[in-house]
Design a protein around this ligand. Structure first.
Ligand code: ADP
Ligand code: MG
Length: 347
């Protein structure tokens, strides 16, 4: 008997598509924080309950949205950031561009967005609620300038996904590393993270990277950080390598303290991480890793960021050259601090 091929109903299609963007609470937090940064926020407050499985709230003081924008924002494939595929060529000024996140989040949760535009003379904002993909009408709401997105009961209508969420502590650890990564990349933005009503960290937003490391990781780590000298970069595909790396004596048993960014975008590209670790070769026990907050600048034409929304990976046209430059920059910093033990030349 031939198999019957059926067309999926729109609700099923929507939930499958949403699963591509939203895997767990941390992916919601990532999308919402990116939106706040794209909206030119100078303060971002992230508050989650039960690791984000119960609720996630992200508030900012960014440009905000008026009633029409709110209505548009929760629809599928709607964005204010690009017009067509040509806008992706030659680098992108914003973190978002797919126009999928708010729609996807609304499809698998109970979401309320409250917003008031910065340039509006009216003294109030507006609010829209989306429940399992059904958007309500926009209502007036009293609120400060900026945007608050509150996401409750993530995956309440996708039991298979809900069941596979980890324990709250694990989900929160993922949320924490996302918020930490964005806080470190944006020292000029005051970022606060709260879990179950308790403040986990808060950055001043005064624009100083070492101060931000202090706010996030504490004094011991901040004092162990060594600045990378951007002026000494050898020739190669990268235009700049800057940031802070820890003295080898300050290390942890996890790679999660390696925060690496390409053109301001948080990435976990293996080429970048391995290049950093290469500089520490022989300095650390095999299961120990340094702290790093490393910013790499490259001609946008030589890097592809248009990969999967959830994969924080990038591809370089010349990854060998990229690795060599990063390793050299980190080695130079460690050597300057006398933190690089002499070792036999690599063969
Ligand atoms: P994208 O970020 O790819 O454009 P999203 O679904 O995340 O797609 O957001 C859709 C649109 O909603 C954005 O393009 C932006 O115009 C608006 N938006 C989302 N979040 C905010 C925010 N925090 N402040 C102001 N505008 C926002
Ligand atoms: Mg977005």
């Amino acid at each position: 008997m031939p198999q019957e091929i059926r067309e999926l109903d729109p609700t099923t299609v929507e939930r499958i598509a949403a699963g591509e963007v939203v895997e767990r609470p941390a992916s919601v937090v990532k999308e919402l924080v990116e939106n706040s940064l794209d909206a030119d926020a100078s303060r971002i407050r992230v508050a989650v309950a039960s690791g984000g499985t119960e609720s996630i709230r992200v508030s900012d003081d960014g440009v905000g949205m008026d009633e029409d924008a709110l209505r548009q924002a929760v629809r599928q494939h709607t964005t204010s950031k690009i017009r067509d595929i040509d806008d992706l060529e030659g680098g992108l000024a914003t973190l978002g561009f797919r126009g999928e996140a708010l729609h996807a989040i609304g499809a698998v949760s109970r979401t309320t967005i409250t917003s008031r535009p910065r340039d509006e003379r009216a003294d109030r904002g507006a609010e829209i609620t989306v429940e399992g993909g059904d958007a309500g009408t926009v209502q007036p709401a009293g609120c400060p300038v900026g945007t608050t997105v509150e996401v409750e009961d993530l995956f309440y209508n996708v039991p298979a996904r809900r069941k596979y969420l980890a324990q709250d502590a694990t989900e929160f650890a993922h949320v924490n590393s996302v918020v930490t990564a964005y806080a470190l990349a944006n020292p000029d933005v005051a970022v606060t993270l709260e879990h179950d009503g308790r403040e986990v960290f808060s950055t001043t937003g005064r624009g100083n990277l070492t101060e931000t490391v202090l706010d996030v990781y504490g004094r011991e780590v901040a004092q162990a950080m060594i600045e990378i000298d951007d002026g000494k970069l050898p020739e190669g595909p990268l235009e700049g390598v800057s940031g802070l790396v820890s003295h080898p004596e300050t290390n942890r048993a996890s790679r999660e303290y390696l925060s690496t960014y390409v053109n301001g975008r948080f990435v976990t590209a293996d080429a970048v991480r391995e290049a950093v670790l290469e500089a520490y070769e022989g300095q650390l026990a095999s299961d120990r890793y340094p702290f790093a907050v490393l910013f790499v600048e490259v001609d946008p034409a030589l890097v592809d960021v248009n990969v999967h929304p959830r994969k924080m990976d990038v591809r370089f046209a010349n990854s060998e050259g990229v690795r060599e430059q990063i390793t050299a920059a980190v080695e130079d910093a460690l050597r300057r601090e006398g933190a690089l033990r002499s070792r036999a030349p690599r063969g």
